[in-house]
Design a protein around this ligand. Sequence first.
Ligand SMILES: CC(C)(COP(=O)(O)OP(=O)(O)OC[C@H]1O[C@@H](n2cnc3c(N)ncnc32)[C@H](O)[C@@H]1OP(=O)(O)O)[C@@H](O)C(=O)NCCC(=O)NCCS
Length: 161
Amino acid sequence: MIRYARSGDRPAIAEVNRAAFARDDEARLIERLREAGDVLFELVSEADGEVGGHILFSRLWADREHLFAALAPMAVRPGLQRGGVGSALVRAGLENAKEFGAHGVLVLGHEAYYPRFGFSAETAGQVRAPYSGSPAFMAIALEPGAFDAPLSVAYPDAFSG
Ligand SMILES: CC(C)(COP(=O)(O)OP(=O)(O)OC[C@H]1O[C@@H](n2cnc3c(N)ncnc32)[C@H](O)[C@@H]1OP(=O)(O)O)[C@@H](O)C(=O)NCCC(=O)NCCS
């Protein structure tokens, strides 16, 4: 089951991120994003009452009136990986981001993973951001033409903390 994260999920979300990344950085990033009010939404995947995966979308500051979002971080509990949980979270997250009115989503992530959902480095080619130029920096348009013109985005401060 995929649903919005609740405040009671926070310890489990931190634990899933720590376990998946084998470090504390992403759990701390999530806390900083929440404290700054920069989270657009968080989804969790739940099975048998336990959080098995988590995905977070935050807002970006673009030099346009439209909303653009960043996908980061996402994590699936190690014992549940490669079972489709991550894919379900990305797909639900993208649908939700569109409902929130986002015109496009950016991700800095595994080059072999995100293209299956429609992300590509080519789509991010005209985006000016701290990660521009990296093949791991990818974008997906949720509205037609979202990335057809040059776009500058600033990430929430939490990402540079
Ligand atoms: C990446 C992650 C979220 C994927 O979740 P998942 O539930 O395992 O993903 P799914 O089961 O939906 O998809 C599995 C596919 O993802 C691929 N995949 C998983 N981790 C990958 C990685 N690090 N790089 C490339 N592909 C990866 C698998 O090879 C598999 O591909 P296949 O379907 O062609 O066999 C999960 O592996 C994870 O939490 N990893 C550690 C944290 C992390 O790297 N987060 C993402 C940061 S960008």
